[in-house]
Design a protein around this ligand. Sequence first.
Ligand code: ADP
Length: 186
Amino acid sequence: PPGRIEIITGPMFSGKSEELIRRLKRARIARQRVACYKPDIDLRYHRTAIASHSSHTHDASTVTTVEDLRAVLFPQLDQVEVIGIDEVQFFSEAVIPLAVELVHLGKRVVMAGLDTTFAAEPFGPVPNLMAIADEVTKLSAVCMVCGAPAIHTQRLGQSQELVVVGATGFYEARCRAHFHPWVDEL
Ligand code: ADP
């Protein structure tokens, strides 16, 4: 079967995890075997599953690096048809050649991740993954100020660290008009 690279992207709360979970569940209904991974930086809710903000879940293995992912995946690769990766923005650029290798082996690779940081800058490998994908799905969230479609992730409060994972309340989805690349009042 021909391989395929699918990217699901957009800001926080846009339904990326939900959409990834939906696609993986449908693959399993089609009797395809699925392996799902996420970086261990995302401690939201589960260590052994991916979870959406609306509490849908799918089993997943936590891996630290792309090399770690490869080491876990390749021994069982002939028993896997579909590979899901959530929070792919936290992996290094090495995830790009891995995805290309997998697609040439006939695998379907479905990856979800943020396209931009809270500073509205390209986030990790995601923009380059979008460039090489067969299909890109860019989702929007709902602006927490006005209800318009939101493409940005607004950080609230004072932290300047790139990664403050998971917690609702530290981030909001915002439209262009209500997004400030500096931190907003909590
Ligand atoms: P992502 O993976 O993109 O962060 P999730 O799939 O985890 O998104 O969560 C999407 C769900 O979050 C929506 O179905 C909805 O229930 C909830 N949600 C909370 N705040 C918002 C918002 N501002 N816009 C859209 N959905 C929101």
